[in-house]
Design a protein around this ligand. Structure first.
Ligand code: MN3
Length: 202
């Protein structure tokens, strides 16, 4: 059973980068849809007490007839709860600590931005791009199809961007690159840093 998280700001708080109409439909229809379908799928089964994160971690144990639905909708629930938190209405810069960590892994903050946004741009069809702390204890950038969450690969998501058309089409139509540049303006770097510190056990 997954309980939807509250949106931590108003629908119009990320204007003009992400518009209020997109935020409202994305939160109320898409996000709640994933949570509701996940809950409906596990209801009445021995798995009904599992949260979405727990279900992803134990996906291989689930019966085959519900596994694919749980994979998609538990991931959709987890991805969006995460996405609301790594966006911020207050403009932020990465701290020196985070800047150093990203520079060590990717060369510089600009090189990280280029890699992250081009990975998101190149994802064919629907999916996500991620900065993760891998199970091998290093930073990495990759994209996943559909709603697949890095937890399925044993990795810990630190930053993610939704490149399903529902995340940007109302305002940006086919201009995914413009949406990605706008996304970059509203990243909650404090949340990214908090997640990296936790993942590294600090
Ligand atoms: Mn979405």
């Amino acid at each position: 059973m997954e309980t939807p998280v509250e949106l931590p700001y108003a629908y119009d708080a990320l204007e003009p980068h992400i518009d209020a109409a997109t935020m409202q439909v994305h939160y109320e229809k898409h996000y709640h849809g994933y949570v509701n379908t996940f809950n409906r799928t596990i209801q009445g089964t021995p798995w009904e007490a599992l949260t979405a994160v727990e279900a992803l971690k134990r996906l291989a144990e689930l019966p085959e007839q519900i596994r694919e639905t749980v994979r998609n909708h538990a991931s959709g629930s987890v991805n969006h709860a995460f996405f609301w938190q790594i966006l911020s209405p207050q403009p932020q810069e990465p701290s020196d600590w985070l800047r150093n960590a990203l520079s060590q892994a990717f060369g510089s903050l600009d090189a990280f931005k280029d890699l992250f946004l081009s990975t998101a741009l190149k994802r064919f069809g629907s999916g996500w791009a991620w900065l993760v702390w891998t199970k091998n204890a290093e930073l990495a950038v990759y994209s996943t199809p559909n709603q697949d969450n890095p937890i399925l690969l044993g990795d810990t998501p630190l930053l993610g961007v939704d490149v399903w058309e529902h995340a940007y089409y109302l305002k940006y139509q086919n201009r995914r690159k413009d949406y990605l540049e706008a996304f970059w303006q509203v990243i909650n770097w404090r949340e990214v840093e908090k997640r990296l510190r936790e993942a590294r056990g600090e």
